[in-house]
Design a protein around this ligand. Structure first.
Ligand SMILES: C[S@@+](CC[C@H](N)C(=O)[O-])C[C@H]1O[C@@H](n2cnc3c(N)ncnc32)[C@H](O)[C@@H]1O
Length: 336
């Protein structure tokens, strides 16, 4: 039987969505690691599902709040106790998404007259626009306190958002990395060291994470599940490459060596994607059986979370479970 070879070029909106440097990074990642960088699926259309998740905040239509949305709020007073008493607090939100998880903390700091300001950095212009709208709706009259910056917090842009011009010497920063974002990176320890390096002694890193509690483990940890579960946005990057969903199957599983839960696609048919990179072209070929990873999540237990933070120069000051015991809030300060 003849197997059809598919030759495609990325859709027009791929080039509208990504800068030349990001196109290069996508090609490099596909070639070198067989991975589509998940953080880049938050750009363009990929941001839409976050918008959909943000439902009206009136009581009648109030959204189902998860522990990820409520943990920072329900422990706001205890988080404040981690900072020196009476010091103003600046929130620096790394990857704010809808801002839903931090708005209760902002409210608490405003009520306590402790909010020095809120700054967010996100790789996605569309997500930042969503964040701006949501903050404006919840805090009319405070727009001047909110700064939203486009950039990549895993690189030099982090120093820019942590810069303290205008803040008093006693202002502490609460650096928020919420919604499990940290564990989506291929090398979370590198990101942690990068953040820790930029913290001052009184600053705190606030994480919300899903962890392994040893119970209710997903069934695909024992055996790869072909065909799901996965979320549509995890395939958004391949959609932009014009790779048809019928040319591959999805596999959800667990990589024991890395402790990563993952979603990847496994090609059924040969596909070549040809990218325009400046005046050049770069082709990436996939054979039947080849895989491309589209999402990963480090699945650590509580001890491994604390151990990794310690190795990256941070000391755990607060560790709280949500109603769903797998969702935790961790506050850590530099261990120097
Ligand atoms: C999992 S969502 C979490 C959103 C929000 N913090 C929450 O808890 O709901 C990850 C967010 O981080 C952003 N992001 C991911 N990697 C990033 C990077 N390297 N630099 C800047 N933003 C990034 C995404 O665009 C997205 O808004």
């Amino acid at each position: 039987m003849d197997v059809q070879q598919h030759s495609v070029s990325p859709r027009d909106d791929f080039y509208r969505t990504y800068s030349a440097a990001q196109v290069d990074a996508i090609v490099d990642s596909l070639v070198q690691r067989g991975e589509f960088p998940y953080e880049l699926t938050y750009l363009g259309d990929g941001s839409e599902m976050w918008r959909e998740a943000e439902t009206p905040s009136d009581a009648e239509h109030s959204p189902m709040l998860s522990d990820f949305d409520t943990l920072l709020t329900s422990h706001a007073a205890r988080l404040l106790a981690v900072a020196p008493s009476a010091s103003p607090v600046r929130i620096v939100d790394l990857g704010p998404g809808t801002t839903r998880p931090v708005r209760g903390l902002i409210r608490h700091l405003l009520d306590e007259s402790r909010l020095a300001g809120y700054r967010a950095i996100d790789i996605s212009a569309q997500i930042l626009e969503l964040a701006r709208q949501n903050l404006g709706n919840d805090f009319p009259g405070h727009a001047g306190r909110f700064e939203l910056c486009r950039g990549d917090f895993t690189g030099p842009d982090l120093a820019r958002v942590l810069a303290a011009e205008g803040d008093g010497a006693d202002t502490v920063r609460f650096v928020v990395l919420a919604g499990g974002t940290l564990y989506n990176f291929a090398d979370p320890a590198r990101v942690l060291r990068h953040v820790c390096h930029s913290l001052r002694d009184d600053d705190a890193l606030l994480l919300t994470l899903r962890i392994d509690t040893g119970v209710d483990r997903p069934p695909f940890m024992d055996q790869i599940s072909v065909g799901g579960p996965y979320k549509p946005q995890q395939l958004a990057g391949l959609d932009l490459l014009a790779v048809d969903r019928s040319w591959y199957v999805t596999e959800t599983g667990f990589d024991r060596d890395r402790s990563d839960v993952f979603v990847r696609v496994r090609f059924l048919e040969p596909v070549t994607v040809t990218f325009a990179v400046g005046d050049d072209q770069r082709a990436v070929a996939f054979e039947p059986g080849d895989t491309v990873l589209v999402w990963r999540y480090l699945y650590h237990d509580a001890a491994a979370v604390a151990d990794q933070l310690g190795r990256c120069g941070l000391r755990v000051r607060l560790f709280e479970h949500g109603q769903d015991k797998q969702v935790v809030l961790v506050a850590a300060t530099p261990a120097r």
